[in-house]
Design a protein around this ligand. Structure first.
Ligand SMILES: [Zn+2]
Length: 347
């Protein structure tokens, strides 16, 4: 190793020392599918999380179509149960409900899990259940995934065509209840009309846990320059997704990921950008070809960034940010500082 390479690796060590925050990971559904095994967190996830120095992970409750509608609530509860059981078994994770608990987890050398919900299908149309999930530890709620539910509709995987009707009355009630309880509203996936509705109702800084810029992948599931500015004006943060960086496989690169970071930075400054990797390849690889074809027809064929496919690759991102001239102070905000500020303000 040359002296220059060594100094870059040392810089990465320092930048990672307090742990990276990734606000979107589909882990609970995998723990649920593997519910007849024990120590899944420790064996299937911990090595990669440790290799990438992940300090805080948004663990997203998500209900697949096949469980809807009857099993939605039950599968969500089981996913949360699995998280607590697995976190307890491993001894290396802590489910955190506040900024302070996240800091305590770091001091105890544990990975902080923040329970998030991607789509409010588990609520059905029962507003009281927001309180129940809050008591169970859910601290971030996004109203929809791609499909329509009782709260509203997701943005389509096309440049236009999302439903224009915004949130339902129930959706607006969920948003108000979340703000009152101290649950962060996540604008990832919501349709453009729903996005505007949420910003009109809420007063706190808005977040988008995992998304990409339409500048590089023009679908309504992603967000426009206009939407990015709306988040920035209110002091919010946008987590950059590693899965929808480009419609083209050839352009699905680490540099294109950083282009998304830079684009958001240019529009709203360094304080508005964070990480929401949405590493999904491990689930995609478990699917039969029939399901991959179904997803390709309904949404898109996901392209994965070869050197940013799982948490063990986080150093590749930091190294490339350094090589592209980002300062340590900027990188620290992207990897950790901006999300931690949001947790401190909102949790
Ligand atoms: Zn998602």
């Amino acid at each position: 190793m040359t002296t220059k390479e060594k100094s870059i690796e040392e810089r990465i060590d320092q930048l990672h020392a307090d742990g990276i925050v990734d606000l979107h990971f589909d882990m609970p559904m995998d723990l649920y599918e593997k519910r007849y095994r024990t120590n899944v967190l420790a064996t299937d996830f911990l090595p990669e999380l440790e290799a990438g120095n992940i300090g805080v992970l948004g663990a997203a409750i998500y209900i697949e179509d096949r469980y809807m509608p009857e099993m939605g609530l039950r599968v969500a509860l089981d996913q949360i149960s699995r998280l607590y059981t697995e976190a307890g078994e491993s001894g290396r994770f802590a489910i955190c409900k506040s900024h302070e608990e996240i800091l305590d987890a770091h001091k105890a050398r544990k990975i902080a899990l923040l329970i998030t919900m991607e789509g409010v299908e588990p609520l059905g149309t029962d507003l009281n259940l927001v309180r129940v999930f809050y008591e169970l530890g859910v601290r971030v709620i996004g109203l929809t995934h791609a499909r329509r539910n009782a709260a509203g509709s997701g943005g389509v995987f096309a440049a236009s065509g999302s439903p224009r009707d915004g949130l339902t009355a129930f959706g607006r009630d969920v948003v108000r209840e979340c703000e009152a309880l101290g649950v962060i509203i996540d604008l990832a996936h919501i349709s453009p009309a729903g996005f505007e509705d949420i910003l009109a109702i809420t007063t706190k800084p808005p977040i988008v846990s995992h998304t990409n810029a339409r500048k590089y992948y023009d679908i309504e599931r992603n967000i426009s320059a206009e939407q990015i500015k709306m988040i920035g004006e209110r002091g919010g943060v946008i987590g950059v997704n590693a899965v929808l960086v480009s419609p083209n496989k050839a352009e699905t690169t680490l540099d294109r990921y950083i282009d998304h970071v830079e684009h958001i930075m240019t529009l709203i400054g360094i304080d508005g950008v964070g990480i929401g990797f949405d590493f999904f390849e491990f689930i995609y690889q478990q699917w039969p070809d029939s399901k991959k074809r179904e997803v390709a027809a309904k949404f898109t064929t996901p392209h994965f960034i070869p050197d940013l496919t799982n948490h063990s690759h986080a150093r590749n991102l930091t190294r490339r940010l350094i090589e592209r001239g980002f300062s340590d102070a900027q990188i620290e905000k992207i990897l950790r500082g901006n999300w931690m500020r949001i947790f401190k303000e909102l949790l």
